[in-house]
Design a protein around this ligand. Sequence first.
Ligand code: NDP
Length: 307
Amino acid sequence: MDTHKLIIIGSGPAGLTAGIYAARAGLKPLVLAGLTFGGQLMLTTEVENFPGFPDGIQGPDLMQSFIKQAERFGAQLVYEDVVKVDFSQKPFTLSTGDHEYKAESVIITTGASTMWLGIPSEEKFRGKGVSSCATCDGFFFKDKEIIVVGGGDSAMEEATYLTKFAKKVTILNRSENFRASRIMFERAQSNSKIEFQTNKVVEEFLGDNRLSAVKVRDTVSGEIKELPIEGAFIAIGHKPNTEMLKGQVELDEKSYIVPHEQTRTNIPGVFVAGDVRDFRYRQAVTAAGMGCMAAIDAEKYLEMDHG
Ligand code: NDP
């Protein structure tokens, strides 16, 4: 079996930018792109904040351009999911259901998945009023009444950000206790556009073509009420895609990969970029930037003859 100089796991903005840089550096990277390739932007519609596209671009179109650009320089994409890795000895081994691959170095860019409530109507209105990204979609809710679901820092941050656009933001938390840090909670509390409702869970999203209301249940009284709103932001956390990396690379208590120097992990030769290590910025452009850094770091590592 051939040993690749570099294998990139993942094909969102981080993985494909790493692919472009590594390919241009002559490393002939293999990109294990996954069955549902392209990352979270494949689930969005219009991306208005990616630099270089003053008129915006559809998320899937942007990712197709990333792929085309990576392939142009010789990156090879394989549409398989990695299910197992072995970083305990070199060359590293990566297994998909069908094949096994060997590599001298690896860049992990498996990203994170938004946690959704999981009710059927949520799926129906996604992109039609239901969103999980205030930075991406907040702009579309100028002067509207909206809700944010969640009680952690993400919910506080999203709600505070959304007050730039919305007329009123109601935060719905499923208990009386907020997980958010004090500073972010107080910032949201002091914002006159934000209202808090505790012990509330969303039962159903309502509307014809677009979201127009939400059915909310009080977990204490059992009472069900309908709130007329035009937007709902789900901010109940993200889950890094690190299931198959457990025990192989250092993860923090929330299963994000712990970055060491720049894009290194605790395993020499294994690098990391994008949302799988970053719960703070979570932007395509920051992920792409990190992907570039990881490719440069991997190239330097291989040059030093560590492979
Ligand atoms: P958290 O896990 O901290 O909070 C999740 C929130 O969502 C909790 O209030 C939780 O309620 C609620 N929740 C979870 N599942 C459901 C559900 N099915 N239905 C309704 N509510 C639900 O996630 P965050 O994304 O807020 O934060 C993750 C990490 O990122 C934290 O460490 C945070 O500090 C950090 N962060 C930092 C920021 C910053 O510094 N600028 C910004 C954003 C995040 P319950 O408490 O009942 O479980």
